[in-house]
Design a protein around this ligand. Structure first.
Ligand SMILES: O=C(O)CCC(=O)C(=O)O
Ligand SMILES: [Fe+2]
Length: 265
């Protein structure tokens, strides 16, 4: 399945206790930050309520919460050597030289597509990284086609995707194009992928979806009235990268990378 389709769902990979650990630790971050602010004193300890309230005036604080997630000891406890070992085969990685980037929380909010992503491959964003895969898991409720589970194009990972097949901009549509604090898109235009069928990574918390660096995927449209969540991390092996940078997303073409002559890998 992973080899031919470029993605696979591993049902109940995390047990209930692990899901609770993740959900609680992340909610603690958002709730504790919100409680420092007078306007949010009466908010319930609920991710959807906190995000909805802060989206209007406190996007910068939401970003800081996001950055705290991988620094939470409880969150980190879930992603140990054992996790790397289990995923190593999918990524072509050696667990000994495997690192984890993230996790990061994707909130698919029917009210805004500010952090939604058009069709892309991860390799376009992480162009210096040769061995990695993404791990996507629902949190705070199941993901369905209706609430915008991730869109994947099975088999597209076997095609060749480079920057000449993508268009870059900030925003999601013409109304949001160029807006600050909106996502950076490296979009593969729909015309390029007409021949592929579309699937949705429907899953429940605890299931993980592992996908290939070259798989074309994007954010599904959430047509419900509830924010839907996914937690995403990248498992990557730096041992054969032609880069010495510790930043997973070291920037190609921008003199931002750390390279050297005489590489032997
Ligand atoms: O679930 C989404 O919104 C898309 C996530 C995505 O692009 C990714 O995990 O790489
Ligand atoms: Fe992605």
């Amino acid at each position: 399945m992973f080899e031919s389709d470029g993605w696979v769902k591993l049902p109940a990979f995390f047990d209930k206790a692990t899901v609770n650990t993740l959900e609680d630790a992340i909610l603690d971050i958002y709730h504790t930050q919100a409680r420092k602010i007078k306007d949010y004193q009466n908010l319930p300890r609920d991710m959807r309520a906190i995000l909805t309230a802060m989206e209007a005036n406190d996007k910068d604080i939401l970003y800081e919460c996001l950055k705290m997630i991988p620094q939470s000891l409880a969150v980190r406890s879930v992603y140990g050597a054992e996790f790397a070992q289990k995923l190593a085969d999918y990524c072509g990685a050696d667990p000994k030289t495997t690192l984890i980037e993230g996790p990061s929380l994707f909130a698919n909010n029917p009210e805004t597509s500010r952090v939604s992503y058009k069709l892309h491959t991860e390799a376009l964003f992480y162009s210096k990284r040769r061995k990695f895969c993404n791990v996507w898991t629902p949190l705070y409720g199941p993901r369905t086609k209706e609430n915008g589970a991730m869109i994947v194009l099975p088999g597209s990972h076997l095609d060749h995707w480079d920057m000449s097949k993508a268009t870059e901009y900030t925003g999601f549509d013409i109304k949001s194009k160029g807006k600050e604090k909106w996502g950076w898109q490296i979009e593969i235009p729909p015309k390029q992928v007409e021949k592929y069928k579309v699937e949705y990574t429907e899953a429940t918390p605890g299931d993980i979806v592992v996908f290939h660096r070259n798989l074309v995927h994007g954010t599904g449209i959430n047509i419900t009235d509830q924010i839907a969540f996914a937690l995403v991390c990248r498992v990557w092996d730096y041992s054969t990268d032609y880069s010495f940078s510790a930043n997973m997303n070291t920037m190609a073409y921008k003199n931002g990378d750390v390279g050297r002559p005489d590489l032997v890998c």
